[in-house]
Design a protein around this ligand. Structure first.
Ligand SMILES: [Zn+2]
Length: 351
């Protein structure tokens, strides 16, 4: 294998490659953060030159450690499991685009392939056009450790979910229009309408808005990740996690179709009918057997069915237990005190 080392470059262009590559070059080594331009990528594709991201060449390896780590990362990144997941991610990307859940270069997909290794889609690519060689790999802090294309900036949000939920192995983020319509109004759909939705999603989480791609945005999902496999991202889109990327995409479909169906029903001029808490309890039992999360298993004080206050409405304000962590006794005491003070003040005012 003839390798060329461009780990000192931050941007690798076609000109760099044509100057450095020989007829027998089979590998290009670049730094973990380097950007490889599209024409340079095309050149590596045509010449079947594999791209390896690693720190070698930029500093002296510490007693062979860097080489060993890079080698293990490379082996994981090119393992049969990783190659199969890369294909699966591309298939999921095409489904998302075909269902109109991702516009432009929107949306991203990731998979936990190891305790500190996550395959993910690159930035600035339509999910329809993804090829296995476009998929990269990052560590738990979001540092890119493999792959030719720069990682999506939204990976930080995926990683917060992976840190919170050990069961999460595949994550899909997208912008489906009907679910996003709820996300931009700060409302969630009511529950206890369609059984499949109850079993696979149920109560959906809703975050407040933060600038996409920032650590602040990433952290907005933390309070919801464990108890919700689908979250509406305030003024943005949705994110779903599951045991595989395919299943995470299914949940995006279930959520968006539910929101769409409610919107269609709202046009019929007749209130949507709801089934009762007893039926909801049956569905929650099925859900538990499937190992799917639902905050209604944790928050006993919440009623099982969320019904809109106005019968014809299909949107409701998230209940307090979905928007904030449970209050401790000091918090409850403070609320009781505040309410008491206001009641006493009102009574005194009447005197
Ligand atoms: Zn987005």
């Amino acid at each position: 294998m003839k390798s060329i080392d461009l780990t000192r470059e931050q941007v690798i262009t076609l000109a760099d490659l044509t100057a450095a590559a020989q007829e027998d070059t089979t590998e290009l080594r670049v730094s973990p953060t380097a950007v490889v331009t599209p024409s340079a990528l095309e050149f590596t594709d045509q010449r079947r030159i594999s791209i390896r991201r690693g720190a070698e060449g930029t500093a002296a390896p510490a007693a062979g450690q860097t080489r060993a780590t890079t080698g293990a990362t490379h082996d994981l990144f090119t393992s049969p499991e990783a190659e199969a997941v890369k294909e699966e991610i591309c298939a999921v990307g095409r489904k998302l685009w075909q269902r109109q859940y991702v516009d432009g270069n929107g949306g991203n997909i990731s998979y936990r392939i190891g305790p500190n290794a996550f395959l993910c889609t690159p930035t600035l690519m339509s999910k329809y056009d993804l090829r296995p060689q476009d998929i990269g790999m990052v560590d738990i802090e979001g540092k890119q450790i493999a792959g030719a294309r720069a990682r999506t900036s939204e990976i930080l949000m995926h990683l917060e979910i992976y840190k919170e939920v050990p069961e999460a192995k595949g994550i899909v983020h997208c912008h489906p229009a009907h679910a996003t319509a709820y996300a931009i109004t700060g409302r969630v759909p009511p529950t206890c309408v369609i059984p499949e939705y109850e079993v696979f999603i149920g109560k959906v989480g809703l975050t407040s808005y933060e600038t996409p791609g920032t650590p602040e945005f990433a952290r907005t999902v933390i309070p919801f990740a464990k108890n919700h496999n689908a979250i509406l991202l305030g003024n943005h889109g949705i994110v779903c996690w599951a045991d595989t990327v395919t299943h995470a995409e299914w949940y995006a479909e279930v959520l968006d179709t539910y929101c769409w169906t409610l919107m269609l029903a709202a046009q019929l001029g007749t209130p949507v009918s709801h089934f009762g808490s007893d039926k909801a309890a049956d569905l929650l039992a099925i859900k538990k057997r499937l190992g799917l999360p639902d905050p209604r298993n944790e928050f006993k004080e919440c009623e099982l069915c969320d019904l809109p206050e106005i019968p014809t409405s299909i949107a409701m304000q998230p209940r307090s237990c979905e928007t904030a962590p449970a209050l401790d006794s000091a918090g409850i005491e403070a609320i009781v005190q505040a309410v008491t003070d206001r009641v006493v003040a009102a009574l005194n005012a009447r005197k």
